[in-house]
Design a protein around this ligand. Structure first.
Ligand SMILES: [Zn+2]
Length: 124
């Protein structure tokens, strides 16, 4: 399969929840539900705070570690699970799929559901 054909196939079959998040942003749970963990060091002083958050739309998980001294944050992710045989969250880099490509795929899918707004200054 050519890169162009592979790219088109992946976009056409890409999970809509992951598409929605990847074209914009994830939706993390409300902060009041966060389940923090603290790592204690000498004299039981906090060294780091850790938090795992799962996106409410696509299921991607963010793992945050906040340095208790300077507030720096390190974040890693676990990709959402997809059914066997389906395209995973990651898209091969050589296919060069951008956020704009993902947005276009999303708007193509929702086009028939979108509310029609007449263009300004034109008779309808
Ligand atoms: Zn998400």
């Amino acid at each position: 399969m050519s890169d162009a054909a592979e790219r088109a196939k992946i976009l056409a079959e890409y999970d809509e929840r992951m598409l929605a998040c990847r074209q914009g942003q994830h939706r993390w749970p409300h902060y009041s539900t966060w389940n923090w963990k603290v790592t204690l060091g000498l004299k039981r002083r906090p060294i780091a705070y850790r938090l795992d958050m799962e996106c409410e739309v696509c299921g991607k998980i963010a793992h945050d570690t906040i340095d208790a001294n300077n507030g720096d944050r390190k974040r890693t992710y676990t990709d959402p699970k997809v059914p066997e045989g389906h395209q995973g969250y990651r898209i091969p880099r050589h296919l060069d799929v951008s956020r704009s490509d993902l947005r276009l795929e999303l708007v193509h899918r929702i086009a028939t559901r979108a509310e029609v707004i007449p263009a300004k200054g034109k008779a309808s």
